[in-house]
Design a protein around this ligand. Structure first.
Ligand SMILES: *Cc1c(COP(=O)(O)O)cnc(C)c1O
Length: 235
């Protein structure tokens, strides 16, 4: 605020989440949600930009639709360069239907997360991430952090889980490791980001999962972690 710097919030995952009762989407000058197929709600592709700033809203609307403004009858003007970033009506219809279910989706994700929390509370192999009481998460992911003696075999564990039909993922590769940013800024290394990237594994946490699905994930993951811990040579 002192420097009058605008904040753009990449809230792609965070639809429906809040901190101290304030919804994500209202906290920054501009907040952006993704409605890609894997996000809290979907319109197949697309998203939304939220702002209270009239000028930013006007500029976003122009960018969305060819920089064009309607005048009268058939007359229109093109006042700036824009694109076709419009969401189709069909996608919007899906989004309107999905957003009604958002609270239900998140509540179910909390139930799945609770099953994981209870199962992994005293795990010898991994740490879970506690969500403080003043935060309501969208529970888009359920990330766990593997002990460092498992980091070098994470890819094997990942592959074995996928072979069982358990769609774990890893979030995220540090952005400075991408060649685009290497070309811009050169080689970089941030120890905290490196360690997080090596430790992190995201477990499936989705409203369509049954309790048994979550227990299937827990049983198979624990079994693998035990096997790999006993033969691990990491570090
Ligand atoms: C999904 C995602 C994006 C990209 O969203 P799109 O709708 O595919 O453009 C950007 N940032 C984060 C953190 C995301 O999770």
């Amino acid at each position: 605020k002192e420097q009058d710097i605008k904040i753009i919030d990449d809230a792609s995952h965070a639809l429906g989440s809040s901190i101290n009762g304030k919804m994500v989407g209202t906290l920054a000058d501009v907040s952006i949600f993704s409605f890609h197929a894997i996000k809290p709600i979907t319109t197949f592709e697309g998203g939304a930009l939220l702002t209270n700033d009239e000028n930013i809203a006007k500029s976003a609307r122009l960018t969305r639709s060819h920089g064009m403004v309607k005048k009268q009858a058939w007359n229109m003007d093109m006042v700036t360069l824009g694109y076709n970033y419009r969401l189709s009506d069909v996608a919007c219809a899906l989004g309107l239907s999905q957003i009604k279910k958002l609270d239900k989706f998140i509540s179910r994700r909390y139930e799945i997360a609770k099953i994981y929390d209870d199962a992994f509370k005293n795990s010898k192999y991994l740490k879970t991430i506690d969500i403080p009481d003043n935060i309501r998460s969208a529970r888009h992911l359920y990330p766990v952090l593997l002990n460092s003696n498992l980091w070098c075999v994470k890819e094997d564990i990942y592959n074995e889980l996928h072979a069982m039909g358990i769609g774990v993922q890893v979030h995220y590769k540090p952005t400075y490791q991408f060649s685009f940013y290497k070309n811009l800024y050169g080689e970089m290394r941030l120890d905290g980001a490196e360690d997080f990237y090596r430790a992190e594994l995201s477990l499936p946490c989705h409203q369509m999962m049954s309790d048994d699905d979550a227990k299937f994930v827990i049983a198979n993951l624990n079994e693998l972690l035990e096997i790999y811990t006993s033969k691990s040579v990491c570090g």
